[in-house]
Design a protein around this ligand. Structure first.
Ligand code: N01
Length: 538
């Protein structure tokens, strides 16, 4: 590619994406290292994943006091969340608050989607092209594109013939969608679908939910925060910072050391009952062996299935919803606001796609093997081409015109989820092979962004021009990612998006690092202290 004449400007660092990662990366590189930086962002405002996810019920599953940047005491003092779990609009407000406080927008170009990025061996720099045919040149390229930003609408025959409206939850219209008096069909019952169902059902004339795999969910018990709790958080943010940095998933609660076999059945059920009443992802932390021991896991699974049957009055629905084929939290565990209760409404229907699969979509709605459903709106809560999708979408070519698509055709290979061999000076924030989606994202992001900052600072100090992951070290890291995952039940769930199984044809490789954020951070720190062992510096 030779577009040198059209290159508008040269940068030290271009960051792709203005979500949690991109904003903090800009602060680190521009304000702390004094580099000339730019963010390129597809949307017309900051927010990243939260810019696009405005679907009904969209709310974070992490408690608000942990779903925050922790790098700035001032920020922690100045910002106050209003609910236990922040809704999408409040998160965007927060991100705008951060952008304004640190004066970030002046270095963000909105409505610029990166369509290709090519490493130029002769100048050791990246040439980046946007959808508006603008050319940029940069020494460092930082992909802060998120793990769940590449929406997946399944290829169902006839969708283009549908005369109604259809939407993917991850690309929701900015002004919302009115369901009033509409017959709505929703495909998908993952974390997103489970949040959307009760809200859509409350507004629509009728909602038909199409479920392929039944799912667990724990009540979120969302509520406005009391003034007392808000004060408590502000007075104790140092405590919470330490806590979330030492827990494997970056959440503000510890995982119990107790095993299921340490207690009798009565005590076990009391523990589960208490956790169910408290609500949230803490349910997963009640026992230490839920994610590693299938027998232990069964006790939690059975407890939740019992709860579903108690809540859902319609026996047919209760059976479809509780007929779950995988261990609890083997897939990303959803939490909900009155999801199972929604099936007690008069205006809802639930279709089990295992026995009545979708055949096609036509002008009027969805045709399954045994039925036809007339619909005005179809909501696709069908997830993402996760982790690798957003990176592959950028058409990245590294040294010797090597394309990322080619070298990842059998699955992603990275060193620490931070770099890919053959792609010098390209950093991936929360890339495949890092804890990322198995953690509270802002925590994983802060760790990565700061590591990248320190690495670039080191390079500048030592006058290195390039850094690149060593191939053998990336191989070894891939084996470590697999070996750690295999100590858990996660890879046993063969239809999980953690493995890429939700996307037809995607290589099935367990993508995130399951060893926990503290252990991962220690490994990264150790590598840094050994002058970036496993990376080639030149
Ligand atoms: O996507 P999913 P999601 N025909 O892939 C079904 C994060 N998140 O958007 O299970 C019929 O989990 C699919 O069925 P199956 C969180 O990390 C965070 O819900 O593959 N159905 C499944 O039911 C989460 O894990 C928050 O058999 C089809 C659903 O669609 C991640 O985002 C909130 C289908 C997709 O579930 C993704 O969640 C929400 C087809 N062809 C989400 N294809 C926070 O709070 C797919 N499905 C931060």
């Amino acid at each position: 590619m030779n577009h040198m004449n059209s290159i508008t400007k040269e940068y030290d660092a271009i960051i792709v994406g203005a979500g949690f990662s991109g904003l903090y990366q800009l602060i680190c590189l521009r304000d702390q290292l004094n580099l000339n930086c730019l963010i390129l962002e597809t949307g017309d405002d900051v927010g990243g994943t939260w810019y696009w996810n405005r679907y009904p019920g969209a709310r974070c599953d992490t408690e608000s006091h942990a779903y925050s940047y922790y790098f700035s005491d001032d920020l922690l003092k100045e910002w106050t969340w209003t609910e236990r779990y922040p809704g999408h609009a409040e998160i965007r407000k927060y991100m705008n608050f951060v952008a304004d406080k640190f004066n970030l927008k002046k270095d963000i170009q909105f409505n610029q989607k990166v369509t290709s990025a090519n490493f130029d061996d002769s100048s050791n720099s990246w040439e980046v092209v946007s959808n508006n045919n603008i050319y940029y040149k940069t020494k460092f390229l930082i992909a802060a594109v998120g793990c769940l930003s590449n929406t997946n609408i399944p290829n169902i025959k006839g969708l283009n013939e549908f005369s109604g409206e259809y939407y993917h939850t991850g690309n929701w219209p900015q002004n919302g969608v009115s369901f009033e008096n509409k017959k709505v069909g929703q495909i998908g019952t993952g974390s997103t679908g489970i949040q959307a169902v009760p809200v859509i059902a409350a507004e629509a004339k009728h909602l038909t939910v199409f479920q392929r795999t039944a799912n667990y969910s724990i009540p979120a018990r969302n509520q406005p925060l009391t003034e007392q709790f808000k004060k408590h958080v502000k007075e104790n943010f140092n405590f919470y910072r330490e806590l979330i940095k030492k827990t494997p998933n970056g959440h503000p609660f510890e995982i119990s050391k107790r095993l299921v076999s340490d207690v009798d059945e009565k005590e076990m059920n009391e523990i589960y009952e208490k956790a169910w009443e408290k609500g949230g992802l803490q349910f997963r932390a009640t026992f230490n062996d839920l994610i590693t021991n299938l027998e232990a896991n069964k006790t939690a699974s059975e407890f939740i299935k019992r709860k579903i049957k108690e809540i859902v009055k319609n026996k047919k629905f209760a059976k479809i919803l509780s007929d779950i084929d995988h261990p609890y939290a083997g897939k990303r565990p959803p939490i909900d606001s009155h999801y199972f209760e929604a099936y007690n409404r008069d205006n809802i229907d639930l279709i089990d796609l295992k026995t009545d699969p979708i055949e096609h979509i036509d002008r009027n709605g969805i045709k399954t093997k045994n039925n036809h459903f007339d619909l005005d709106i179809i909501v696709f809560a069908t997830g993402y081409d996760a982790m690798t999708g957003p990176l592959l979408n950028m058409n990245i070519t590294g040294k010797n015109n090597l394309s990322l698509k080619e070298i990842w055709q059998d699955g992603p290979k990275t060193y620490l989820g931070l770099q890919v061999p053959g792609f010098p000076n390209l950093f991936t924030v929360t890339g495949p092979g890092s804890p990322s989606v198995l953690t509270n994202m802002p925590m994983a992001i802060e760790q990565h962004v700061e590591w990248i900052r320190d690495c670039i600072q080191f390079m500048i100090k030592k006058e290195y021009k390039t850094i690149e992951a060593n191939n053998e070290d990336a191989e070894v890291w891939g084996e470590e990612v697999n070996s750690v995952a295999n100590k858990t039940l996660l890879p046993t769930v063969k239809h999980s998006w953690y493995l890429g199984a939700n996307i037809p044809g995607k290589p099935q490789v367990f993508m995130p690092y399951a060893g926990g954020l503290p252990r991962y951070s220690e490994i990264c720190e150790d590598i840094k202290n050994q002058n970036y062992k496993g990376f080639i510096l030149a």
